[in-house]
Write a protein that binds this ligand. Structure first.
Ligand code: FES
Length: 248
């Protein structure tokens, strides 16, 4: 089956400005996913550049803008796409070349939320255990693969990339705030509360939840963080907190 592609092309060493390049490719029956088609395009034109690795939605490296909506090429079925497929790099991030973007700022925000367990209590002989109920509270946040689809589709991140943590960083923050083994909850909440940009630039636009290829909801995680802040300040949030563990 023949498919038509319009692909964003830009090589800063050669091009004065970006351009869209048209490709036609004949796909076989077993080439079902967008990444299969991209690999075939790459065989036609080896100058076309994009990232990919695992081919199964785990590494997050082949995130791109597909007909206006961010997603992973390896998880996008060609049957779900229209006749002409328009591919662009993730919006809001500097382009290195073609569909490859610079994720430096994105990961800087991720590292700013201290994405690791903080617990200075003496380590037990084997491991720090959790009850099944406490473990369940991590569901809906630990599965994030840091592909950048959510943050790159978020207008608040476009305008404040160096100030707003962004949905990907905030869902990771919620993952550690929710962890019964972590001892830095107050410090984590203070860090997000004391700066008007880090968390509160979220305007609940919900693009993040709309595009997450893992079906997660950073919006609900951000709501969860706000509710934890209320709890810290002594407000009665029992009813609202009851909803928080299910953040998909
Ligand atoms: S290639 Fe790893 S997520 Fe798509």
């Amino acid at each position: 089956m023949k498919r038509i592609f319009e692909v964003y092309r830009y090589d800063p060493d050669l091009d004065a400005a970006p351009r869209m390049q048209r490709y036609e490719v004949e796909l076989e029956g077993n080439e079902r996913m967008l990444l299969d088609a991209l690999m075939k395009l790459k065989a036609q034109d080896e100058t076309l550049s994009f990232r990919r690795s695992c081919r199964e939605g785990i590494c997050g490296s082949d995130a791109m803008n597909i007909n206006g909506k961010n997603g992973l090429a390896c998880l996008t079925n060609m049957n779900d796409l229209p006749g002409t497929i328009v591919l662009k790099p993730l919006p809001g991030l500097p382009v290195i070349r073609d569909l490859i973007v610079d994720m430096t700022q994105f990961f800087k925000q991720y590292h700013s939320i201290k994405p690791y367990l903080i617990n200075d209590e003496p380590a037990p002989e084997k491991e720090r255990l959790q009850s099944p109920e406490d473990r369940e509270k991590l569901d809906g946040s630990y599965e994030c693969i840091m592909c950048g689809c959510c943050t790159s589709q978020c207008p608040s991140s476009w305008w404040n990339p160096d100030k707003f943590v962004g949905p990907a960083g905030l869902i990771q923050s919620y993952r550690f705030i929710s962890d019964s083994r972590d001892r830095a909850t107050t410090e984590r909440l203070d860090d997000l509360n004391n700066d008007p940009y880090r968390l509160f630039r979220c305007r609940t636009i919900m693009n993040c939840t709309e595009v997450c290829p893992r079906g997660l909801s950073p919006s609900r995680a951000i709501e969860g963080i706000r509710l934890r802040m209320l709890k810290l300040e002594g407000h009665d949030d029992g009813l609202a907190l009851h909803r928080v563990p299910t953040i998909r």
